[in-house]
Design a protein around this ligand. Structure first.
Ligand code: PGA
Length: 252
């Protein structure tokens, strides 16, 4: 399986900066013929359309950072899966820890988003991960177990193949403190075991599970080395073309 490298820009870059990034990335990708990885960019909603136009014809896919779980109606400020598709999105990040932390998203809400995304033909990138206290208390596996059980509720065996799971330990996000390759591998293997329990061996083996949390050009190669780590969700280091490209090039 090709590694997948996802840029999560969070609340960064206006329209002009987004366009500049896309042009520069396109030039670099053409120059270096980068085909080793599946690349996805998740900009703010306001840059989706512009990026779609500029990245059309490249192998870079577009994703959103969030969506609402209703299709249409009086939900001021929200964006539906259909709207994202109309801007060229193929992917959508759901359940990012910043949404859980600052916007009170529970796993039950995330589950509704996963189901709606799949219904509308978007591929969810489902984020799970433990916080520092849970990590120190050795609760990582039970936290992940609970998140996966709830967030994937009612997701069929056909649909699960369109879900990417991102393991993002919260203590590693934006802190410069990444999980060790061994820690990442062990949680990814735990997630695979869980998928085997819910679905089957085949799903567990072929599931795409990526790591996120302070990925940098310096640590990406090591983190991507494990066969159980199918790529990365990159925040801070995805904001500059140069560092993002180095991370893509670290995908084996
Ligand atoms: P980071 O963010 O790479 O800046 O730690 C990752 C994420 O939150 O997806």
């Amino acid at each position: 399986m090709k590694k997948m490298v996802v840029a999560n820009w969070k609340m960064n870059k206006g329209l002009v900066q987004s366009q500049q990034f896309a042009e520069e990335l396109k030039t670099q990708l053409e120059k270096h013929k980068v085909l080793n990885a599946d690349i996805v960019i998740c900009p703010p909603f306001t840059s989706l359309d512009a990026l779609n136009k500029r990245l059309n014809g490249t192998n870079v896919k577009l994703g959103a950072q969030n969506m609402y779980y209703e299709t249409i109606g009086a939900f001021t400020g929200e964006i539906s899966a259909g709207m994202l598709k109309s801007c060229g999105c193929e992917y959508v990040i759901v359940g990012h820890s910043e949404r859980r932390q600052f916007f009170n998203e529970t796993s039950a809400i995330v589950n509704k988003k996963v189901l709606m995304a799949l219904d509308e033909g978007l591929k969810p990138i489902l984020c799970v991960g433990e916080n520092l206290q849970e990590h120190d208390d050795k609760l990582t596996e039970s936290v992940i177990d609970g998140q996966i059980t709830t967030c994937l509720g009612h997701v069929s065996v056909e649909d699960i193949t369109n879900v990417t799971i991102a393991y993002e330990p919260i203590w590693a996000i934006g802190t410069g403190k990444n999980a060790t390759p061994h820690q990442a591998e062990s949680v990814h293997n735990f997630i695979r075991k869980k998928l085997k329990k819910i679905y089957n061996e085949e799903i567990s083996k072929n599931a795409r599970i990526i790591y996120g949390g302070s990925i940098s050009p310096e640590n990406a190669k090591e983190l991507f080395a494990s066969p159980s780590v199918n790529g990365g969700l990159v925040g801070g280091a995805s904001l500059e073309v140069e560092s993002f490209l180095k991370i893509i090039n670290s995908a084996l």
